[in-house]
Design a protein around this ligand. Sequence first.
Ligand SMILES: NC(=O)c1ccc[n+]([C@@H]2O[C@H](COP(=O)([O-])OP(=O)(O)OC[C@H]3O[C@@H](n4cnc5c(N)ncnc54)[C@H](OP(=O)(O)O)[C@@H]3O)[C@@H](O)[C@H]2O)c1
Length: 268
Amino acid sequence: MTAMDLRAGTAVITGASSGIGLACAEHLARAGLNVVLGARRADLLDAAVSRIRSTGGGAEAIVMDVTREEDVARLVNRAREAFGALDVMICNAGFGYYGGVEETPTEVMRRMMDVNFMGTYYGARVALPMFRAQQHGHLIFVSSIVGQRGIAQMSGYSATKAAQVGFAESLRTEFLGTGIHVSVVYPVSTETGFRDAMTRDYGHAVAGLGPKQSPDDVARAIVACIRRPRPEVYPHRMSKVLAVVNAMAPALADRLVRKYGRRRSGTV
Ligand SMILES: NC(=O)c1ccc[n+]([C@@H]2O[C@H](COP(=O)([O-])OP(=O)(O)OC[C@H]3O[C@@H](n4cnc5c(N)ncnc54)[C@H](OP(=O)(O)O)[C@@H]3O)[C@@H](O)[C@H]2O)c1
């Protein structure tokens, strides 16, 4: 795999109004890429674009919902119109839900699959024709460590994150040896708007007991992966051990994730 020169490239990022997506936009702009941000909250997107432009970066944003393929296509077209290219597509938008299967309303599960997986699927579908035409491009899916190893009370969320992994592995095999790269990112618990969104939309207060990292840590790992593409990114290095333990000793992994998985915290 060859290293990419980030200057003058263009990256599209879904879910870029907060958390990991926003940190990616800021780090990538600092590294010299033009960035095109997509999410639903216009005020947060506008503020991010102003900040990036004020430091000399190239940034655009559109209000969009990743569950609508036409919105994802508009986002990618914005990159083409504004900057004439698309080099990196980061499918990052997502949300979680805490609760057992019987407590998870089917419509919430369907929405979670639509945002977390179908949003990723649409991102690949609209980016790949451009990548094929120019014979290069990098798809990056922000999954989660729970996509490698499911945790208790987040079975639906874990399934959506595992779906991204299976999709990425197939695509990576299809494009092996070409200039098109596909990478999956596996963050551990990260201090973002993720828990606030669960509280806002579903009334959960949830805390993680395991290792934590900042959105900047995740963004730095993603920038490094764009510079030098690799199949998998574990921004918290030790978390890869969990994937290995799960493959070799799944019963031990059951006990570990039960001990360190997320918990409901306080009352909301
Ligand atoms: N935080 C963690 O502990 C953690 C750990 C592992 C993996 N992850 C993954 O990291 C990714 C980013 O999450 P985060 O932690 O940065 O949480 P976050 O701060 O809540 O960010 C989620 C982003 O997704 C956007 N979004 C949600 N639904 C959308 C939709 N239908 N259409 C377009 N954008 C949408 C949100 O923007 P709007 O509300 O403005 O649309 C927001 O910008 C997610 O895929 C999550 O599963 C998070």
